[in-house]
Design a protein. Structure first.
Length: 128
């Protein structure tokens, strides 16, 4: 359900790290809680983010939620197609609906985030 090898936050963001870069998005659980996504606001390339800092918003038919960076880094890429196809978040939250790519300030900081099993346990506890 939640890809192994990704790391997760309590705010339901994921990060997939390759070298010194991390691709960030929201989890399947988060998109289900939101419902049909109608708008995604993402930051400009070049923005510096701290761990836990808001980097954008996601709007659904039910609510507007803030997006938070799992770790510190510089935004080196944004998924611009999400502006025209925000529903991609509902269709492929762990793949095509990635939101930003960070050049990680400290790649080892990712180790402090939850692995897939710990995240699944968190979701199970919230679903009760």
């Amino acid at each position: 359900m939640y890809p192994e090898g990704y790391r997760y936050t309590k705010d339901h963001e994921w990060i997939a790290v390759e070298g010194d870069r991390g691709k960030v998005g929201i989890t399947d659980y988060a998109q289900k809680q939101l419902g049909d996504v109608v708008f995604v606001e993402l930051p400009e390339v070049g923005r510096k983010l701290k761990a836990g800092e808001r980097f954008g918003t996601i709007e659904s038919v039910k609510a507007v939620s803030e997006l938070y960076s799992p770790v510190a880094g510089d935004v080196v890429e944004v998924n611009a197609p999400l502006a025209d196809k925000p529903e991609t978040v509902n269709q492929d939250p762990h793949g095509a609906a990635w939101m930003i790519v960070l050049k990680l300030e400290s790649p080892e900081a990712v180790a402090s985030l939850m692995d897939a099993a710990a995240y699944a346990a968190l979701v199970a506890s919230e679903a009760k």
